[in-house]
Ligand binder design. Structure first.
Ligand code: PEP
Ligand code: MG
Length: 567
């Protein structure tokens, strides 16, 4: 049995698909026989075409004919007469197949990526994919495509990047296991949103497991069993059944108001990453959206989404939520969220670098495209704008000034929008926490981003396993910060919510009730359970517990007390 971070609840049982990032480096060499080398190359092309055709067939069933047709371009580029001729003549001139393929496809890649026309530029990515596929075959490596997987796959990867998770074939993934990442890494957040059991940070698991192995993943306890014995299989099948039954029991909370034990109403909303998630959130009975991570829209595109594209995405969520509040966070690029086409420089410490609102305010014309799209969508629902990674009052003032400019532009264009749109801030830095009183005077609402706030407060990266013992919401420093933020927001009469993962922490909920949190924004699958736990505590009970908790000096003592009090 292997242990790791319990990142997404549930039991997954299936067949391993080990997706190792293939090392496609090679040493150029002169082949002994050009004829044989050309044969190797044409065999690689034939295999690539065969695999792509099979992929198209699977995708036609899962994502539809139109989307699958896109893969047809890959076949065209693999069989393109001009390219084939170029590769063959390079081989005849003494190159090995790997080098000939590499140079030919690099040439086409450069040509396409420098073209004016967007459609041609998009082809560059297809060319790069074909090159990877052919090289992998020539070098005897396997490239696993996570967007089309066989049924019941347990995906085993070194690191699951947000972009990989964004188009993962979720219906066929039984579980995810990785060698890196913590509970609040974006891979973990997406795995929870997709309700895929996941265990992260299992050392060397890609070396231990082979594709085809049978694997059990216990995402609730952070355990992975490879080729399990029959009794383990029976045990975990029973546990999977229990998990499903508990989930069913929560259905009693569907359609109910979210109220504390003594009837105090709070808002229970969902975190989403793309417009389609809004459907999932609604199915889980959310009362709105407390965080739409708009950066996933940017990450899923090959270039900056236009105002119309963004508007369509935001409008879709607004309409789906039927006038329930929808908080959309403006582009939070940086940290572990990379957007290649923004060409941001490598930095020594990207989590403290040029990112989020800092990047946006430095690129005001680009930022205004997003703000304008948000304003236009506000005519179709209760959209609110939220600013990430704020550390000082100037940032909020500058964003608000840009919003005013966008409003004036829309007035001039005669386009409708909500003139009273709310602009709020995430409180996810110690600086923002310390000036919460001043920020409250400038903002329409707060939403506490505990994922980052814990990391920045404790100086412990959210994805670094070696300092994971410090990255803890029960640390007294973090609890005091939360108390202060909520109190200052409430004093100023603005809504204070929480969209970090801690909002769904069953142990912490009584403390948050006591502090006076007004809105809980959680992953869709956590909605009903959060509603149940909130209903189990009266304010007086929560206050009595919290008073004792706040006197404790260590995270371990806090956790132990909360565990003992849990209902
Ligand atoms: C947070 O930091 O708590 C948060 C909600 O934002 P993200 O996880 O996207 O950084
Ligand atoms: Mg954050």
């Amino acid at each position: 049995m292997y242990e790791g971070v319990n990142a997404s609840d549930g039991i997954g049982i299936g067949v391993a698909r080990v997706a190792v990032e293939p090392d496609l480096s090679f040493t150029p060499h002169a082949p002994e026989d050009a004829g044989d080398e050309k044969q190797r190359y044409s065999a690689a092309v034939a295999k690539f075409v065969e695999q792509t055709n099979a992929q198209i067939e699977r995708m036609t069933e899962t994502v539809g004919e139109e989307a699958a047709a896109i893969m047809g371009a890959h076949i065209e580029f693999a069989e393109d007469e001009g390219i084939v001729e170029m590769v063959n003549s390079s081989i005849e001139a003494g190159m090995c197949a790997e080098q000939a393929v590499s140079e030919a496809y690099d040439m086409y890649y450069n040509m396409f990526s420098n073209m004016e026309d967007e459609l041609f530029r998009e082809r560059a990515a297809d060319v790069a994919d074909v090159k990877t596929g052919l090289l992998a075959d020539l070098l005897g490596k396997e490239v696993v495509d996570l967007s089309t997987l066989p049924e019941n796959s347990v995906v085993v990867v070194h690191e699951l990047t947000p972009s990989m998770t964004a188009d993962i074939d979720k219906d066929n993934v039984a579980a995810i296991v990785t060698e890196t990442g913590g509970r609040t890494s974006h891979s973990a957040i997406i795995a929870r949103a997709l309700e895929i059991p996941a265990v992260l940070s299992v050392a060397d698991i890609t070396k231990v497991v082979k594709s085809g192995d049978m694997v059990i993943v216990d995402g609730s306890r952070g355990r992975v069993l490879v080729n399990p014995a029959d009794n383990d299989l029976t045990h975990y099948r029973t546990k999977a059944k229990q998990f499903a039954e508990e989930k069913l029991a929560l259905e009693a909370y569907r359609g109910k108001e979210t109220v504390t034990g003594d009837g105090e109403k709070v808002l229970l909303v969902a975190n989403i990453g793309n417009p389609d998630d809004a459907n999932v959130a609604a199915e889980h009975d959310c009362e709105g959206v407390g965080l739409f991570r708009s950066e996933f829209l940017f990450m899923g595109a090959k270039e900056l989404p236009s105002e119309d594209d963004q508007f369509a995405a935001y409008q879709k969520v607004a309409l789906r939520m039927k006038n329930q509040p929808v908080i959309i966070r403006t582009l939070d690029v940086g940290g572990d969220k990379e957007i290649p086409y923004l060409n941001l420089c490598q930095e020594e410490n990207p989590f403290m670098g040029y990112r989020a609102v800092r990047y946006c305010l430095n690129n005001p014309d680009q930022y205004k495209v997003q703000l304008t799209a948000l304003l236009r969508a506000s005519a179709f629902g209760d959209i609110k704008i939220m600013v990430p990674l704020v550390t000082n009052i100037d940032e909020i003032r500058q964003v608000k000034a840009l919003v005013e400019e966008c409003k004036a532009d829309l007035d001039a264009r005669g386009v409708a929008y909500n003139k009273d749109i709310e602009v709020g801030t995430m409180i996810e830095t110690p600086a923002a926490s310390l000036i919460a009183d001043d920020l409250a005077a400038e903002c329409d609402f707060f939403s506490i981003g505990t994922n980052d706030l814990i990391g920045y407060t404790m100086c412990a990266d959210r994805g670094n396993d070696r300092v994971a013992y410090l990255y803890d919401v029960y640390q007294p420093a973090v609890l005091r910060s939360l108390k202060r933020i909520i109190e200052e927001g409430n004093k100023a009469g603005i809504m204070v919510g929480m969209c970090g993962e801690a909002a769904a922490d069953p142990l912490l909920i009584p403390v948050l009730i006591s502090f006076g949190l007004g809105e809980y924004s959680v992953a869709a699958p956590s909605i009903l359970r959060t509603r149940r736990i909130i209903s189990e505590w009266t304010k007086a009970e929560a206050d009595a517990l919290t008073e004792k908790v706040m006197k404790l000096k260590t995270a371990a003592e806090v956790k132990a007390m909360l565990q003992a009090a849990a209902r």
